[in-house]
Write a protein that binds this ligand. Structure first.
Ligand code: COI
Length: 332
């Protein structure tokens, strides 16, 4: 049995080697390159491929994999929004993801960023670096006085709720699907609009779909409380960045923490050598603001998560090859 793992980073390699040792019956080949038109041939002769990338898995690449007889594809991440679903169905491909490598990693990071916003740490870091040790005017707010609106109560949303509760915040939530435990607690509101109207902090944990693209747009921001804090550790496409900038300029949004950005592919996880060389003026506009925290999609980036992404994806691929099934099979 042979599995080819694409896009393997240096921090993933030890976990991949560990997995290979624990599964000596599997030949594991790996490359640091991503799966695309130029690298798909490396999969020839394999029974499955294990991948992680943010650039699209195009119909062309998926058709080629199928033509080599490689029908088992395991993603090391959770999001499947960059997969050409028509090509998956047409070719009878089986795709698995890792739905829960560490929801806590993302939840912990989200709340960390919120605390940084509420305590004005970016401003204080800048002031202190310039020898300004005064307090005023940067008086902080306390989370225990606030209502946090959680948009989507999947694993990550629920992990975030647990942490917000530790701070004593009031929690409300919106989701099409109600979690039975949270339902009993009566935290759900009926519409996104109600969530917007009642939240001091909006914590977004929805996957990206065609329907929710730019769901946070001018209209949505206009329905939010004045001075709302917006946290997006989920997907860049959920936020209309231009509308967010307008809402920041008007003061409607008092602070934002963005671990994702709609144009992040090819920009995040790249070293440009200096701030000026970052090739995106809109991103730089956001990065320069004291009340905006932009991070390059690092919420997931913990040892536990990276380990689990590699191990769970490899296990899932092996299971697809051996049994034709996996508990992580994605239904498109
Ligand atoms: C995902 O798992 O879908 C993520 O967003 C994390 C990714 C950057 C590895």
């Amino acid at each position: 049995m042979k599995i080819v793992a694409y896009g393997i980073r240096a921090d993933e390699k030890p976990y991949l080697d560990e997995w290979g040792k624990a599964n000596p019956e599997v030949t594991v080949a790996s490359t640091g390159k991503l799966l695309d038109e130029t690298t798909v041939e490396l999969a020839k002769g394999a029974d499955g491929v294990v991948v992680y990338q943010q650039k699209p898995y195009t119909a062309n690449v998926l058709n080629k994999l199928a033509s080599y007889g490689v029908k088992n594809i395991s993603l090391r991440n959770v999001g499947v929004d960059n997969v050409d679903t028509a090509a998956v169905k047409q070719n009878g491909l089986k795709i698995t993801n890792v739905p829960a490598y560490s929801p806590q990693a993302i939840a912990e990071f989200t709340v960390t960023e919120l605390m940084r916003l509420l305590r004005n740490t970016k401003t204080f870091d800048r002031k202190i670096a310039n020898g300004d040790l005064r307090w005023a005017p940067d008086v902080a707010e306390e989370l225990n006085q606030m209502t946090v609106g959680v948009f989507a109560t999947g694993r990550i949303g629920r992990a975030a709720i647990q942490i917000y509760r530790g701070f004593g915040a009031k929690i409300i939530a919106y989701d099409v699907f109600h979690n039975p435990e949270l339902e009993k607690e009566g935290i759900y509101v009926d519409t996104p609009e109600e969530l917007y109207a009642k939240s001091d902090v909006l914590s977004i944990h929805a996957p990206a779909t065609k329907e929710n693209e730019h769901m946070l747009n001018d209209e949505a921001f206009s329905k939010m409380k004045d001075g709302v804090y917006v946290l997006n550790p989920a997907r860049g496409t959920l936020v209309d960045t231009d509308a967010l900038i307008r809402a920041l300029d008007s003061g409607k949004v008092k602070g934002a923490a963005l671990d994702v950005y709609e144009d992040e592919v090819g920009v995040f996880n790249t070293d440009f050598g200096s701030f000026d060389k970052i090739p995106d003026e809109r991103l730089k506009n956001l990065l320069k603001r004291d009340n905006v925290l932009v991070t390059p999609h690092i919420a997931f980036y913990t040892k536990k998560a990276v380990h689990n992404m590699v191990w769970f994806a490899m296990d899932a691929n092996k299971s697809l090859i051996e049994t034709g099934n996996s508990d992580k099979l994605v239904k498109f």
